[in-house]
Design a protein around this ligand. Structure first.
Ligand SMILES: [Fe+2]
Length: 186
């Protein structure tokens, strides 16, 4: 929580995002049938996944619009920054692997290692899905938040390319249960 507070001091958006991603990752891990101890590791990794963003300059962290290619190359270092910051906390050993690989894509085109499929730790594949769900459901300065049906379509579109296909299905099933209150009332 001290690390999350440190992130908040730099960037309130990342703090809220981290808490949401931890909530979604815990729900998906529970649905995927992980053990209690595995759920705890995945949830903590999700909470800390973007701690490395603390090392990014304000010009990138707080840029209102899309990033340039060069800026994005800098952002892509944040998983390693996170691992470097948290490494002295030896009790986080298993979480560090998930933090390092939370931007790997199922088809191998992610970063930092370009791992594909089952070579990506499953907890990292799960944090990747939870991370993107919150990103899609949150507004950005340059676009509105996506609706739940739009988010489901995106999970379907990127199933097997960006997202683990089985975890994408679990996430879609969960989102389908999250009907807006007015819709559920009918
Ligand atoms: Fe990230």
């Amino acid at each position: 929580m001290a690390m999350v507070a440190a992130v908040e001091a730099r960037d309130p958006y990342t703090e809220q995002h981290s808490i949401h991603v931890a909530t979604y990752a815990e729900e998906l891990a529970r649905r995927a049938g992980f053990s209690t101890s595995q759920i705890e590791i995945i949830t903590l990794a999700a909470l800390l996944h973007d701690v490395g963003k603390i090392a990014l300059p304000d010009s990138i962290l707080k840029k209102p619009g899309p990033l340039t290619t060069e800026e994005f190359e800098h952002v892509k270092l944040h998983p390693q920054f996170g691992v470097s910051i948290l490494k002295p906390l030896e009790f986080l050993d298993e979480e560090l692997t998930l933090i390092l690989h939370h931007h790997e894509w199922f088809n191998g085109s992610g970063y930092p290692s370009g791992l594909a499929g089952r070579a990506i730790p499953i907890g990292a594949r799960l944090v990747q899905v939870a991370d993107c769900i919150d990103a899609m459901l949150s507004p950005r300065s340059y676009r509105h938040a996506r609706t739940i049906p739009e988010t489901i379509l995106e999970l379907q579109r990127c199933r097997g390319t960006q997202f683990d296909p089985n975890l994408a299905v679990l996430a879609i099933e969960w989102l389908r249960e999250q009907r807006p209150v007015d819709e559920a009332a009918h």
